[in-house]
Design a binder for this molecule. Structure first.
Ligand SMILES: Nc1nc2c(ncn2[C@@H]2O[C@H](COP(=O)(O)OP(=O)(O)OP(=O)(O)O)[C@@H](O)[C@H]2O)c(=O)[nH]1
Ligand SMILES: [Mg+2]
Length: 334
């Protein structure tokens, strides 16, 4: 990446919807270099937050059909004249090259659609870091005027929570299953879902998918009612990503829910809360990296951690001791 970038020009190019400019900007926000970081912040600042897309978080276990769904759902949306961006939040850097290759073939048509933008996940190891950058990538896609931003994550637990913090709607993709497998979906993840889509409702799996869907619908009814839901939500539907069945019904439900939340002021309140969350994350993360950037502090943290692990100190006392010099310096300044 070159070091001299014309940030105002990049901002203009993004606003006018140039996909290559958007791709370059995402690379910029993903960069760990301090000078890139400063440019990224400048860029995000210039772009502002006037444009809003519908941000849809999408989660599901490996092989459930996320890529196939994104391809057919994305094509349906671009067919309606909408512009669709696809981002992936991947907590594991261990994602194989094979699966990225698989994605290229599974999202073949969508990736060539001029009204779509697909960005594979950055290969970073730390979930927090990836998450912050993904959120910025979402903001870039909104500034570029996309109508829908799909944020995909592999369902492994923690990543759903992070994706839910940057999405307006959270969709859980599930496979047809036997009754006992139903327990496999963690309650916390069920509670996050706005829409459950039981995929692969086609061919031999169709009746099983219908039964599974009824089971999940029943399970959803047992959950505590959430203030962000109108009557009848969260919902479970069957779809076939492969045959592109049930996708427009799913889209209708998403819109119904989004419209209702907008009317009720829930949409805006959620976005405000999310902005607050990410601000807090940035402050916490910034404080930590400030600490780590001071060699003396970093050494003190490392030795305190070793003592804690060895059982020689309690975590609280060790943390307080490590932070004491900082506290003194701050007190001296005030
Ligand atoms: N019968 C049927 N098969 C499907 C459907 N959707 C996906 N599949 C198949 O399921 C397999 C996995 O689909 P993917 O779209 O790659 O699943 P994924 O969730 O993206 O998987 P990972 O990227 O590995 O997490 C492929 O063989 C698909 O063809 C569907 O609606 N019906
Ligand atoms: Mg996939």
């Amino acid at each position: 990446m070159s070091t001299t970038r014309d940030i105002p020009a990049l901002a203009d190019a993004i606003k006018s919807g140039e996909r290559r400019a958007l791709a370059r900007a995402i690379t910029l926000v993903e960069s760990g270099r301090a000078d890139h970081r400063a440019e990224a912040l400048d860029l995000l600042d210039r772009l502002g937050t006037d444009r809003q897309a519908l941000r849809i978080g999408l989660s599901g276990t490996p092989g459930v059909g996320k890529s196939t769904f994104i391809e057919s759902f994305g094509l349906m949306l671009t067919g309606m004249g909408k512009r669709v961006a696809v981002l992936a939040v991947d907590p594991s850097s261990a994602r194989s090259g094979g699966s990225i290759l698989g994605d290229k073939t599974r999202m073949d048509q969508l990736s060539r659609d001029p009204n779509a933008f697909i960005r594979p996940s950055p290969s970073q190891s730390q979930l927090g870091g990836v998450a912050r950058r993904s959120r910025e990538a979402v903001a870039l896609c909104e500034a570029a005027g996309f109508d829908v931003v799909l944020i995909e994550t592999v369902g492994v637990g923690q990543s759903e929570t992070v994706v839910a913090q940057m999405a307006d709607l959270f969709v859980l993709l599930l496979a047809p299953a036997g009754g006992d497998e139903l327990q496999g979906v963690k309650r916390g993840i069920m509670e996050m879902a706005d829409l459950i889509l039981v995929n692969k409702a086609d061919g031999e799996l169709k009746s099983q998918a219908t039964r599974t869907c009824a089971d999940y619908a029943g399970a959803l009814r047992l959950l505590r009612k959430r203030p962000q839901d109108p009557e009848g939500f969260p919902k479970a539907l069957t779809i076939s990503a492969l045959e592109a069945n049930g996708l427009s019904a799913a889209w209708d439900e998403m819109q119904t829910l989004a419209d209702w939340r907008k009317d009720q002021g829930i949409w805006a309140a959620t976005r405000e809360a999310q902005a607050g969350f990410w601000f807090g994350e940035d402050v916490r993360h910034g404080l930590l990296s400030l600490l780590q950037s001071d060699p003396q502090m970093a050494a003190a943290v490392a030795s305190a951690e070793a003592q804690v692990k060895a059982g020689a100190r309690t975590p609280a006392a060790a943390a307080a001791e490590v932070l004491a010099p900082l506290q003194k310096r701050l007190a001296a300044n005030s």
